[in-house]
Design a protein around this ligand. Structure first.
Ligand code: ITT
Length: 207
């Protein structure tokens, strides 16, 4: 007789999430909690190297990170790259969001630099864009998610991570730094990209 536990583990789909950002892992773990995805992180597969991201596009970086894991570990995997694109700064910090204020990747320094650059700008429109690159049996699939909003003049809130305290999503009075985790995870760039990705996996399962 097959026990429930072994049945569950037989039907789960192991997928490596190629990220070294613990905040992303935390958010995505919640998003896949009701699916058949068994999320593995880089530690689970013994990968301790910082995966290179040298592309000038978020798509390129997402593909590069996923390909790294596929080439070295031959496992189904996905990676995502995210950027904050600010209209008045011609799309800055964009693909350079993580290291905008230097190689230390400090969120506070990144926000400070952004707010200084935007000081005399009336146009505060911005969007987050996430691209997920998934490699299943060697084939690449891409999924995108975008959320529009504005950059406020001073950081507000201490939830989330990165640029969350300065980004107010359209239709909301609070920044991502003020909204609780569940609220962000319903409307965020990452949530939208993950929704398309999960829908794609569900369709695959039904074939
Ligand atoms: P991995 O490449 O290992 O996945 P990373 O932190 O380097 O992790 P990115 O290259 O995608 O991730 O960098 C995007 C940066 O943009 C990230 O470091 C944050 O500063 C910011 N960012 C990404 N998602 C965000 C979110 O949901 N809210 C606020 N800022 C975010």
């Amino acid at each position: 007789m097959v026990s429930l536990e072994s049945h569950v583990s037989m039907t789960m789909r192991p997928l490596v999430f190629a990220t070294s950002n613990p905040h992303k892992i935390h958010e995505v773990r919640k998003m896949v909690s009701n699916t058949d995805i068994q999320l593995l992180d880089l530690k689970d597969i013994g990968c301790e190297i910082e995966i290179p991201e040298t592309s000038e596009t978020v798509e390129g970086n997402a593909i590069q990170k996923a390909q790294f894991v596929f080439e070295h570990y031959a496992m189904d995997c996905f990676a995502e790259d995210t950027g904050l694109f600010v209209d008045a700064l011609n799309g800055e910090p964009g693909v350079h969001s993580a290291r905008y204020a230097g190689s230390k990747r400090e969120a506070k320094a990144n926000m400070k630099k952004l707010l200084k650059k935007l000081k005399n700008h009336m146009d505060r429109k911005a969007h987050f864009l996430t691209v997920i690159a998934c490699i299943l049996e060697g084939k690449i699939h891409l999924f995108r998610g975008r959320v529009d909003g504005t950059i406020i003049s001073e950081p507000q809130g201490d939830k989330g991570f990165g640029y969350d305290p300065v980004f107010r999503p359209s239709g909301h009075m609070e920044t991502f730094g003020q909204l609780d985790e569940q609220a962000k995870n319903k409307i965020s760039h990452r949530a939208k990209a993950m929704e398309s990705f999960i829908a794609f996996l569900r369709e695959l399962n039904q074939k």
